[in-house]
Design a protein around this ligand. Sequence first.
Ligand code: CP
Ligand code: NVA
Length: 321
Amino acid sequence: MRAGVSVFTDGTNGMKHLRTLEDLSVDDVHAVLDLAHELKTRTKAGTREPRLAGRVLSQVFEKPSLRTRASFEAAIGQLGGTPIFYPGKDAGLGGRESLADVARVLSSYSDAVVLRTFSQQLVVDFAEHASCPVVNGLSDDRHPCQALTDVLTMQEVFGRDLTGKTLVYVGDGNNVAASLAVVAGMLGFRLVLLGPSSHHLPGEFVSKVTSTYPNAVVEQTEDPAEALADADVVYTDVWASMGQEAEKAAREKVFSPFQVNADLMAKAPGTCRFMHDLPARRGLEVTDDVMDGEQSIVFQQAENRMHLAKGLLVWLIESSV
Ligand code: CP
Ligand code: NVA
């Protein structure tokens, strides 16, 4: 399924989840972001409050991860709780027992569960049977924790109100692009997807975002000059996502005209920042000089995965008590 298709799912068993960003209201998003900023400030000042002492965070991943797994483990550790990690098959997602039974058992030991999956539906089905909050730590369709981190980082640069800002996402209309489109709609900044039209986000998904969030502006184009003229942020992601390894060579051909390099950055205002969710394939979607250049805020963004995870866990767990 292409990114963004299986969206706007219904409510659950009364429990708060983050299966997609649409599980949160705009006020919820601000609450999580404000908490993450507050906890980051206190952490930087040397304070480590055991606000989730005795709590357990379980993570079950079907795909590799550096940032998501490590940032959630660091987050629960800094907050005084305990992490449990399972590769998906070991936890029983490979058919050892039913998904509903895995969800019932694991959630009974946990105060929150983070899942990294291929299928978005697996996240939805797990949440239906879980007795604790379930967080999507990336599926083929969505990456909500990344998008929340990205707006946390943009707020640090531009201030809390992102209205009127323009984020130009360059490349594939994938899970990261879909979550960015939703959070842009929620917070009222403009999202321009610059890439080959064959890999734009589905029109049905974009229409749903723009009809759901009154301030949403989501545009898609193949024209770099048009896209980049008013960019406050240029953002890119890998051309072949996890699970698309067989398409790598074909995708490199399609996306190479959209590499983020000095020429592309020169089409944007000089004040524009560069973001990437990482891991980056240096020399493919982005060149070293842009990754390591003055406009890049990619490592601030990566660090913020942990601060966002702390805000999200505190918000989800404390409001589920
Ligand atoms: N950005 C991100 O989710 O990184 P990982 O795949 O390393 O978790
Ligand atoms: N779109 C990428 C994001 C990695 C964090 C993927 O799904 O592999």
